[in-house]
Design a protein around this ligand. Structure first.
Ligand SMILES: Nc1ncnc2c1ncn2[C@@H]1O[C@H](COP(=O)(O)OP(=O)(O)O)[C@@H](O)[C@H]1O
Ligand SMILES: [Mg+2]
Length: 347
């Protein structure tokens, strides 16, 4: 069988650069060289693309940057001698998970792993996702969306609106980020003012939402138009909430995979995960995150990530593993899905 030429892109300009280095290390380690010719390409934090031929172990340390040949031509076109069959963008956050690189790959007619332009862009924006979900009555926390310019002019009005609609504590988040960056929990008016200021440092649009006293439950979805949902898993944060430090540095959060929940709750989570996936017109993969209220078991949708953390021990692959799909096969499946989606479209 002919080997598939895969360009694996990692790093990137977003704050989640390091997360990408971790994800890609796991991916490159298990991709079968009998099946794939792998061409790794790193993007530095400054946005410079570099082909990388060095050892996998030097990626996560950042040493790859100095080892990669600067200026080596990267040709993504389909009519060059070592034509790429499919691109696997292992990039998290803005400039990777948000439709930008997907748009570039569309422009040059290149199959790629993961969600398309629309789904990537919608899922990246928490405010747009919430609005879309409300149309289909997906249960979610009550929220208020604010634009920076408008807040500057009507600050008191917004604070009044938030206080009328939501009760403390509230969560304040930039609309277009991930990894808990810029997110804070505010317990009173003073803290709210500070939290809003912080969130606006990261985005011109923010959301303020009610606090859900819930367990953090996630579900993996895989597929194109006939996607399937995994068994859900639970994250038990070690901090007050699942913040950046907890996610990537302390590593003291614990995980329950699969989550201990009743059958009807599991079934409902899987149904809602697929519903949200379809709602944003996703393909390839996504992790759909929920809260399950402690007192009532009521489910609230939180967010959808179209390029979730992908190390061997990340939630997304782990959930598939307990559902019966091992890590290596998951990667094969994603590549097949990318090629299938490309072939299905009118040429
Ligand atoms: N409405 C909420 N109620 C309770 N906890 C929340 C709420 N929103 C966010 N959190 C906490 O903050 C974390 C990060 O928020 P999230 O919306 O998932 O942003 P990110 O895209 O950065 O992961 C969540 O994992 C959870 O611990
Ligand atoms: Mg999250």
């Amino acid at each position: 069988m002919k080997k598939i030429n895969v360009m694996v892109i990692f790093g990137g300009k977003s704050g989640e650069h390091e997360v990408s280095l971790m994800s890609v290390t796991s991916i490159l380690k298990v991709m079968n060289p009998e099946k794939y010719n792998i061409m790794p390409v790193g993007i530095t934090k400054e946005g410079i693309w570099k082909r990388y031929h060095g050892p996998i172990d030097k990626i996560v340390t950042g040493e790859w940057e100095a080892l990669a040949e600067a200026g080596e031509v990267i040709s993504l076109g389909k009519n060059n001698p070592d034509a790429i069959d499919v691109v696997f963008p292992v990039l998290h956050g803005p400039f990777g998970e948000d439709g930008t690189i997907q748009g570039l790959l569309e422009m040059i007619n290149m199959p790629y792993v993961g969600a398309g332009v629309l789904a990537s862009a919608v899922a990246m924006d928490k405010a747009i996702t919430k609005k879309l979900c409300s149309v289909e009555d997906i249960p979610q926390a009550k929220y208020v969306e604010i634009l920076n310019k408008s807040y500057d002019k009507n600050q008191d009005q917004y604070i009044e609106e938030i206080q009328a609609k939501l009760s403390y504590p509230v969560f304040v988040k930039p609309a277009n980020l991930g990894s808990s960056v810029g997110i804070s929990k505010a317990k009173d008016r003073m803290q709210l003012l500070g939290a809003i200021k912080v969130a606006f440092q990261y985005d011109r649009k923010i959301v303020v939402e009610e606090f859900i006293n819930g367990r953090e439950i996630e579900c993996s979805v895989l597929g194109n138009d006939e996607a399937i949902a995994s068994l859900p898993a639970e994250i038990i944060p070690s901090h007050e909430f699942y913040d950046y430090k907890d996610k990537y540095f302390d590593g003291t959060s614990s995980f329950q995979i699969p989550a201990e929940l009743s059958e009807p709750v599991i079934a409902e989570l899987r149904r809602l995960a697929l519903k949200v996936y379809k709602l944003v017109d996703c393909s390839g993969l996504a992790r759909v995150d929920f809260f399950v209220e402690r007192e009532t078991n009521k489910i609230y949708f939180n967010e959808i990530n179209t390029m979730p953390g992908f190390t061997k021990i990340s939630m997304y692959p782990k959930m598939w593993e307990v559902t019966g799909l091992p890590y290596e096969e998951l990667i094969d499946r994603l590549i097949v899905l990318a090629i299938e989606r490309f072939k299905e479209r009118p040429q």
